[in-house]
Design a protein around this ligand. Structure first.
Ligand code: ADP
Ligand code: GLC
Length: 486
């Protein structure tokens, strides 16, 4: 029998995205459908979502939900089945879903995402006449309170809740006095509740009260039970280790397919790899880099934050440039890093180029045009860009952490000998280690046959959602509660 899953996600590709969570929430439904799991995705009614919503009907009206009227609307957009929380007082704000025009978190974020989780919990507990999920997947802190509301409401029957951690660095920590405003009892301010070093944490609520916890790679699942990566929640996670598992993300292999990607100068596949050179030329041209086919062109795309280790990359880039390499960056984030990369580009015209901003099309062109793609993260729950790189024949150079460790096979002498290497790993993250990895990569780049083998192996790696979807489906079936059979 088909299992009905309510996926509760604050971002959803292609409607609204700040990072990998959107990609995952957007791609999993199709993969799960092949495993007999029917997904309805609950998403806040941001303008981008409301505009895309097709043929929606109102299935519930709240007179007041955290300070204003709200509606649940059921409809479709971008091929996805949606349940949208249309609450204009909370979500009718264009742009970034979490930040105001001043670049800071909206001050009412706790109310916004408490309302979102409140509505998800209501639906889980049977609010709607014609839709009752068998299981719920609550993504990250924004959906974390779903499990907490269900716990404190104690409905007669409830579906199993899986809380999925995409990034432990974002925990939704707010002042404890908000408990009343978000409709949770005072008893929730407890060690076995939301209390977190004197404040309350939405994510902690999701972790304590979920039936199962997942995160997005096996290595990150073990890392977060230890202090270094546990971000204060390692004790809790170690204590719940029997309910915690890591399921490695996939990528949308239709959106990311160099053989069918309209955004590229020239499409190619593993069998027509020489055609890829046209994309390198086009990228060099578009970014004002010297048009040299043989220069080692390194690229990176991502958020410029502490997590991503771009400060470490900055330190070693001069070394790469001294050896004739080129570098191209697309990203935005930390103002200091934005400035530093722009300054480097100004100092090395024709050799370094950067675009500060967010641009899906350019991100595809970078993956298709660079020789190697670097992800020097300090921690990385999964990471998607190294998987795009594998699929596009850009050889990944990654820090050996989290999902990066799980997706790239280092070009060690042994792996090269066995013909299985797909890229380069380094650890620990530090300038000397990254420098050494870049040096290794540049040396192998000069050995054309070996480099082509790395590319071919990467392009043949399974980065699809197929095995993750199977693992999720099995998990959801295990936690599901069927109202009819309970
Ligand atoms: P995270 O979610 O931590 O940012 P991931 O690697 O999981 O890291 O996902 C990042 C996603 O956002 C990828 O799809 C990546 O291509 C995309 N992305 C990040 N920054 C940019 C940007 N400046 N322009 C276009 N896409 C970007
Ligand atoms: C988070 C993580 C990233 C992961 C993504 C999707 O944003 O930082 O590593 O790939 O979620 O799960």
């Amino acid at each position: 029998m088909t299992l009905r899953l309510l996926s509760v996600a604050s971002e959803l590709y292609p409607l609204i995205k700040t990072g990998g969570l959107a990609d995952v929430a957007g791609a999993l439904p199709a993969a799960l459908a092949r495993q007999d799991v029917a997904v309805v995705t609950m998403v806040p009614g941001y303008p981008a979502v409301m505009d895309a919503l097709d043929g929606a009907e109102t299935v519930h009206r709240y007179d007041a939900l955290m300070g204003g009227p709200a509606e649940l609307r059921r409809g479709r957009a971008a091929g996805l089945d949606l349940l949208v929380l249309d609450a204009p007082h909370l979500f009718a704000r264009p742009g970034n879903p979490y930040l105001g025009p001043d670049g800071r978190d909206w001050p009412d974020n706790p109310l916004r995402f408490a309302a979102f989780s409140r509505a998800a919990a209501d639906v889980a507990a049977g609010l709607l006449d014609d839709y009752q999920p068998d299981a719920v997947q609550a993504h990250d802190w924004q959906a974390g309170l779903t499990a907490a509301y269900l716990h404190y409401d104690r409905p007669a029957r409830r579906p199993g809740v899986v809380t999925t951690i995409h990034n432990l660095a974002f925990q939704g920590v707010f002042p404890a006095y908000l408990l009343g405003a978000i409709g949770l009892p005072a008893e929730a301010f407890a060690l076995e509740g939301l209390e977190y070093f004197g404040q309350i944490s939405f994510l902690k609520g999701g972790l304590i009260f979920a039936d199962r916890i997942t995160t997005v790679s096996p290595t990150y699942a073990s890392e977060i039970t230890l202090p270094d990566a546990g971000m204060g929640l390692d004790g809790l996670l170690a204590g719940r280790a029997d309910t915690l598992s890591g399921i490695l993300n996939g990528i949308d292999t239709e959106v990311w397919d160099p053989a069918r990607d309209d955004l590229l100068a020239e499409r190619y596949s593993a069998d027509t790899l020489p055609k890829r050179a046209a994309n390198k030329r086009a990228l060099q041209d578009a970014f004002g880099l010297a048009a040299s086919p043989d220069a080692f062109l390194l690229g990176s795309v991502g958020r410029l934050t502490e997590q991503k280790g771009m400060d470490v990359l900055l330190e070693v880039l001069p070394d790469l440039l001294a050896r004739g390499g080129q570098f191209v960056l697309l990203g935005s984030g930390d103002a200091g890093l934005e400035q530093a990369f722009s300054a480097l580009a100004a100092a090395f015209p024709g050799q370094v180029a950067c675009r500060i901003g967010y641009d899906e099309a350019v991100s595809h062109r970078i993956q298709a045009g660079v020789d190697a793609f670097v992800v020097p993260s300090r921690f990385e729950p999964c990471g998607l860009t190294q998987m795009y790189a594998l699929r596009y024949g850009a050889v990944p150079i990654v820090a050996r952490v989290g999902g990066l460790a799980d997706t790239v096979i280092d070009a060690s002498p042994f792996a090269l000998n066995q013909g299985v290497a797909t890229g380069f790993q380094f650890a620990p993250i530090s300038p000397p280690m990254l420098r050494a990895a870049l040096k290794r990569a540049m040396a192998l780049y000069d050995d054309k046959a070996t480099w082509a083998r790395l590319q071919a192996n990467g392009m043949a790696s399974d980065v699809s959602w197929a095995s993750a979807a199977k693992a999720y489906a099995a998990l959801f079936k295990r936690v599901a509660v069927r109202p009819s059979s309970a």
